[in-house]
Design a protein around this ligand. Structure first.
Ligand SMILES: Nc1nc2c(ncn2[C@@H]2O[C@H](COP(=O)(O)OP(=O)(O)OP(=O)(O)O)[C@@H](O)[C@H]2O)c(=O)[nH]1
Ligand SMILES: [Mg+2]
Ligand SMILES: [Zn+2]
Length: 319
């Protein structure tokens, strides 16, 4: 009787593991089983999903100082889009893409604002979704990260501390700036400097990609004044507010991005302060979203027009 057994050597599995896959955000090559990029910590699920749908998504940069309202705005926007508000709808790709709306709506529903986004890239939410509008023939693939304002500030001081931010600024197809309207109305312009620095970094990255060729900037930029519930009359005329309360920022946006528009948004109808474990916390009393969909819808229409002609888009963005 023979004691020999046959074990098939499944070497093809080893070969598969050895095939690298490029990170969608920074292009760094990673092992196929990696959960996060070794260079920028973006989830590798983005690259795997892109590979399976065979369509490269557009990166949307949502920028603003810490406390400007990025997480609250984006979380609610994604929640409204997945519920198919009006003509617009989005479908999340992968479970990770649902975490942002889950965190935000859970916090708001229990009477709190979500926590400040930590500066560590492993804690940022990345939303990969397919965006559709009933008027549009083809859906758009989008990737929208919710980046910490503190990390954005560090990147402007120490270049390449966060490779994900650097790549996002270089590759983004559309820009959304969030600015705290309540601060601006009280003449507090301390947040403007960070936004101006980020806009200048986008310009620098673009010059690197176009190698100095004079190509007109065609990417759309939406500036959104958040916390409009605290500023009378802002909802009706955000452009007038931009000119009178954010002059330097607004003129920089107009100069750098010929396709620009100003918007106002608010998530709450009323807010209050509550003591919790000895800490005074700002809490929402009523959730009454206003102006959440409009800036995003405008950006998508602009993006759609630009990408309807891929040859032109490639020339314009220097890709
Ligand atoms: N009144 C009012 N306050 C808001 C609104 N949205 C956000 N806030 C307040 O702004 C704070 C900051 O909002 P976040 O969305 O966490 O800000 P962020 O830009 O993500 O900040 P970082 O995570 O630090 O980058 C919240 O904790 C609320 O106190 C709004 O629509 N109205
Ligand atoms: Mg945040
Ligand atoms: Zn990466």
């Amino acid at each position: 009787m023979s004691h020999l057994t046959q074990i098939p050597l499944e070497t093809y599995l080893l070969a598969q593991q050895a095939t690298p896959i490029a990170c969608l955000v920074c292009d760094h090559e990673n092992c196929v089983s990696a959960a996060r990029c070794r260079n920028c910590s973006a989830p590798m699920a983005l690259a795997h999903q892109t590979r399976s749908v065979k369509k490269r998504p557009h990166l949307i940069a949502v920028l603003g100082a810490s406390g400007s309202g990025k997480t609250v705005y984006l979380g609610l926007l994604m929640d409204m889009l997945t519920r198919h508000v009006g003509l617009l709808r989005s479908t999340a790709r992968g479970p990770l893409s649902i975490s942002l709306q889950q965190t935000t709506t859970t916090a708001l529903a229990t009477g709190w604002f979500p926590e400040k986004t930590p500066p560590t890239p492993e804690h940022w939410h990345w939303v990969h979704c397919q965006f559709n509008c009933r008027r549009r023939r083809r859906p758009l693939e989008l990737v929208i990260p919710d980046i910490s304002g503190e990390a954005l500030a560090t990147e402007t001081e120490r270049s390449n501390r966060y490779p994900a931010i650097r790549s996002l600024l270089a590759k983004c197809a559309a820009v959304m700036i969030l600015a705290d309207a309540e601060r601006l109305q009280s003449s507090d312009h301390s947040h403007d400097f960070l936004t101006l620095k980020l806009l200048s970094l986008i310009g620098e990255r673009r010059d690197e990609r176009t190698r100095g060729r004079r190509i007109p900037e065609r990417r759309p930029l939406a500036i959104v004044f958040t916390k409009a519930d605290k500023v009378d009359g802002l909802m009706e005329n955000p452009r007038e507010f931009a000119e009178s309360h954010a002059g330097a920022l607004w003129s920089d946006c107009r100069e750098r991005f010929p396709r620009h528009e100003a918007f106002a948004s608010s998530v709450t109808g009323a807010t209050a302060y509550r003591d919790s474990y000895g800490r005074r916390q700002h809490v929402p009393l009523r959730i009454e979203p206003h102006g959440i969909i409009e800036p995003f819808s405008w950006l998508m229409t602009e993006l759609d027009e630009q990408w309807a002609n891929p040859g032109l888009a490639a020339r314009l963005t220097g890709r």
